[in-house]
Design a protein around this ligand. Structure first.
Ligand SMILES: C[S@@+](CC[C@H](N)C(=O)[O-])C[C@H]1O[C@@H](n2cnc3c(N)ncnc32)[C@H](O)[C@@H]1O
Length: 214
């Protein structure tokens, strides 16, 4: 204990180099919006899951500038498809710009608007993987949607399940309400004991939960 996670990430960053098109998106987000995309090592892990699990169809909830979507799209086969949901029209426009600039962007369909509303209107194929990375207040509903819609054997990944460390007692940042902490704790316990899935959580900085549907 006590070893620095940031130093480990820096070390890994020197070995698994972040592609320049992703670095550009990350830097643009930090300069013009907020840096809320997944980290390069998390992006690499998502790609690893896609390759290992032979994932062809992904639903992502929470696009932002398209960092994780584009990163995952590069790991999909040529006939792979990724649906990504973004509520904020300005962010959706920036993400579309990024998808248009990269050949793998053609695998991505952006659904603009509230995620569950958009997904309910969309005829979706067999879903191999769902990546949840949007408003934390919606996580319980997103997880239920994912368990219902992902194929048996498919995977559900949820980012930020530590809710900035608050689920294990870190000081509450002003923008996080105690009710949200209880909600995330309840969801974490629910997933760990949910007989519909087999789950584990990686103790990354943000907490990354992965569940395989039985
Ligand atoms: C953490 S960011 C996503 C980061 C992205 N996955 C990445 O790593 O590049 C969360 C995004 O979810 C969007 N969002 C919030 N509530 C939403 C909702 N109800 N439906 C769709 N998107 C939503 C926010 O506007 C924000 O851009």
């Amino acid at each position: 204990m006590g070893r620095s996670l940031c130093a480990a990430q820096e070390y890994l960053g020197g070995i698994y180099q972040e592609p320049s098109f992703l670095k550009d998106i990350r830097e643009r987000a930090a300069k013009t919006d907020v840096p809320i995309n997944v980290s390069p090592d998390e992006a690499r892990f998502l790609q690893f899951l896609i390759v290992a699990h032979e994932v062809k169809t992904i639903v992502e909830i929470g696009t932002h500038f398209g960092y994780s979507a584009l990163s995952m799209a590069t790991a999909l086969p040529a006939n792979g498809q990724l649906y990504t949901c973004e509520k904020d029209p300005k962010r959706a426009a920036v993400a579309r710009e990024h998808f248009a600039q990269h050949k793998d962007g053609a695998k991505i369909q952006l659904l603009e608007g509230d995620a569950l509303e958009s997904l309910s209107k969309q005829a979706l194929p067999f879903i191999d993987m769902v990546f949840i990375d949007a408003n934390k207040s919606g996580y319980t509903d997103y997880y239920e949607w994912a368990v219902t819609h992902v194929r048996p054997g498919g995977i559900i990944v949820l980012d930020n399940t530590f809710l900035m460390g608050t689920v294990y007692g870190e000081t509450l940042p002003p923008h996080i309400k105690p009710k949200l902490v209880s909600k995330m704790q309840a969801l974490n316990e629910h997933i760990a004991n949910d007989s519909r899935v087999y789950a584990c959580t990686l103790a990354t900085q943000e907490g990354l939960t992965i569940a395989i549907k039985n």
